[in-house]
Design a protein around this ligand. Structure first.
Ligand code: HEM
Ligand code: HEM
Length: 194
């Protein structure tokens, strides 16, 4: 049997792509498609052609420009929710639980790496539940203020995802070069059969 069963590998790479996509939408929202920056730009450019807009009108325009991009946050969010369910099912397979079966016998470094994975799973579960709650707050009968408070926490916890992703990628690259040759290709071709 391969170290990583095909369905686990597919899960890992689809999940990685979806998380990177979600981070991409946040990056765009906070930079090129920031409503604050773009409403100032629109106000300035419109005034150059003798059109004046109020602050509120410029905000509406800037948010309309951002909206089609942000739809991807929600679409990728649904994909993430599906991937979370898929990961829970994978926990019942050998590939899905092997990293966590012998935690006590591992050295400190490996223990920390694996606890880090458990940590990121909890964080991703939180991001999914909070994201869905903000999106469906009306249907859930929540007040706008409550949804806003949850959004603040969702936005804060996002930082943990932002920290995990580069650390994880750097970590597996370093491991590949040091004493775990093949760690990355194993996640691609499944690894040696046992
Ligand atoms: C794009 C570059 C990436 C590479 C090269 C990569 C590579 C790997 C490798 C080699 C492993 C196995 C490590 C081990 O057994 O300790 C792994 C596991 C894992 N990766 Fe990635 N990864 C990438 C992106 C991501 C992203 C963006 C996420 C999103 C959070 C992610 C989440 C995970 C998780 C949670 C595990 C643990 C799997 C388990 O439960 O056993 N990876 N990755
Ligand atoms: C790892 C996964 C996720 C990350 C890193 C993430 C990140 C973020 C961040 C940083 C914000 C605040 C943006 C801002 O106000 O500048 C945000 C807002 C939001 N996210 Fe997520 N998110 C994730 C998953 C999800 C999921 C699964 C959903 C569910 C569909 C979702 C739905 C939302 C909604 C509805 C908002 C509020 C947008 C608004 O106020 O207009 N997110 N997210």
């Amino acid at each position: 049997m391969h170290k990583w069963r095909l369905d686990f590998r597919v899960w890992h790479w689809v999940h990685a792509t979806v998380i990177l996509g979600l981070l991409g939408t946040v990056f765009l929202r906070k930079t090129f498609l920031s409503w604050r920056a773009n409403s100032e730009l629109l106000t300035q450019k419109l005034s150059e052609i003798d059109l004046s807009v109020t602050e509120a009108q410029a905000k509406v325009l800037a948010k309309a420009i951002r909206a089609p991009m942000w739809e991807w946050h929600i679409l990728l969010g649904y994909a993430l929710a599906t991937l979370v369910v898929w990961r829970i099912i994978l926990f019942f397979t050998k590939s899905g639980k092997q990293n966590y079966l012998h935690l006590k016998e591992e050295n400190l470094h490996k223990k920390l790496v694996k606890l880090g994975y458990i940590g990121i799973y909890i964080i991703i579960l939180f991001m999914t539940l909070s994201g869905l709650t903000i999106h469906f707050y009306e249907a859930l009968g929540l007040a706008k203020d409550t949804a806003h408070d949850i959004k603040e926490v969702h936005e804060f916890v996002f930082n943990a995802v932002l920290i995990f992703v580069p650390l994880h990628i750097l970590g597996v690259i370093i491991a590949e070069h040091r004493d775990e040759t093949g760690i990355i290709s194993d996640m691609i071709n499944g690894g040696s059969k046992s």
